[in-house]
Design a binder for this molecule. Structure first.
Ligand code: GLA
Length: 395
């Protein structure tokens, strides 16, 4: 009798462990895709704007292309009530946060919010410190699917412990919620496997420009041009995989600070990096060029490849670079990047892709949507200034 009871307990334990594991692997099995308010709207968020953005995500074909999360960044919150519950801005969100989440869900999309591990968010709104479990229960009740958790006003807090605490709080609330760690890479969050973050920022904030880092200033988190962030990803590729991704910050495609050519490069490189594809532009008024970039299904397929490998730089010759990502079917996605001011010829050698020299591979251009033929040993293309040529090479 006693042994039977023990067996039963053991079986129940195994079942529970199995279902917890299953829950973990269903959160962000491929890099999350969605939209976030910060890059374009900063603190100017409201129920009306978020709902119209969710509508636009469906109408524009972004949803069909794979975008899923509608994420409200900083400034939706104004205070805490007497019981310590977080209070949404009653003017900007007159029907409360659950109504926003319900609307987003009614369109078949997912709902994300933002908070901070410290006492205040980066925009000075109430942070989550000391309210982790209370907030997690509230988020679950609102139907939140994704939490971006920032790192302002954290003084002497230990970063790893703070994020582990929030992960535990979210798990205890009983709703699967993606945890987006926004600690800017300061304490190397890519080493925190046991914390259970689904993505983590690797750097300070992206700015809508091709290149040029702005220095750190006290209390601020620095900002980087697109290429500066790209360079900081080299060496981190082994830490990414299904359920846990390096996050080189959200997309600036369509926000006006770069040319369409540069935005095509930005998007191609984020795809190769297996980066979360979180658009940051106004989806309600996209120019066709912006729309074509954000919805290129062949490039998105590289990003979302189920093997979940992050690509990296495999060759560099001054301003000319080759980036490559292994795909599940054994083929490679390749980006030829020209950082220079003039048109250049760039070659990818098969040996830099881990292919033997004598191998013949079919090359397809993922922006022209065109098969280019079979190539042995290498492939070369002429690449305009600040542009990429992105291909798939399939043996
Ligand atoms: C930090 C984050 C940004 C954004 C702002 C909001 O700077 O890194 O992505 O969330 O805070 O205040």
């Amino acid at each position: 009798m006693k042994t039977r009871a023990l067996h039963l307990i053991a079986i129940l334990g195994l079942l529970l462990a199995g279902s917890l594991q299953a829950q973990e692997s269903t959160l962000a099995p491929t890099p999350p895709m969605g939209w976030n308010s910060w890059n374009k709207f900063a603190c100017n968020v409201s129920e009306d704007m978020i709902k119209s953005m969710a509508d636009a995500m469906v109408k524009s074909g972004m949803k069909d292309a794979g975008y899923q999360y509608v994420n409200i960044d900083d400034c939706w919150q104004v205070s805490r009530d007497a019981a310590g519950n977080i209070v949404a801005d009653p003017q900007r969100f007159p029907h409360g946060m659950k109504a926003v989440g319900d609307y987003i869900h009614s369109l078949g999309l997912k709902f994300g919010v933002y908070s901070d591990a410290g006492s205040k968010t980066c925009a000075g709104r109430p942070g989550g410190l000391g309210h982790e479990y209370q907030d997690a229960i509230q988020y679950a009740a609102w139907g939140v699917d994704y939490l971006k958790y920032d790192w302002c006003s954290t003084t002497t807090q230990d970063a790893k412990a703070a994020y582990a605490n929030m992960r535990a709080a979210l798990d205890a609330a009983g709703r699967p919620i993606v945890l987006s760690i926004c600690e800017w890479g300061k304490a190397k969050p890519w080493l925190w496997e046991e914390v259970g973050g689904n993505l983590w920022r690797t750097t300070g904030d992206i700015q809508d420009r091709w290149q040029g880092k702005k220095e750190w200033s006290p209390g601020d988190c620095c900002s980087y041009g697109m290429l500066d962030i790209l360079d900081l990803q080299v060496g981190l590729e082994s830490y990414a995989g299904p359920g846990h991704w390096n996050d080189p910050d959200m997309l600036e495609v369509g926000n006006g600070g770069m040319t369409d050519t540069e935005y095509r490069s930005h998007f191609s490189l984020w795809a190769i990096l297996a980066a979360p594809l979180i658009a940051g532009n106004d989806l309600r008024s996209m120019r066709p060029a912006t729309h074509n970039i954000l919805t290129n299904k062949e490039v998105i397929a590289v990003n979302q490849d189920p093997l979940g490998r992050e690509g990296t730089r495999v060759a560099k010759n001054g301003d000319l670079e080759v980036w490559a990502k292994q795909l599940k079917d054994g083929s490679r996605a390749v980006v030829l990047l020209n950082r220079s001011a003039s048109e250049q010829n760039i070659t990818v050698a098969w040996e830099d892709l881990g292919y033997p020299d004598h191998l013949s591979a079919a090359v397809r251009d993922l922006w022209q949507h065109k098969d280019l033929g079979k190539f042995t040993g290498k492939f070369s293309a002429s690449v305009a200034s600040h542009a990429v040529v992105m291909v798939a090479a399939k043996p």
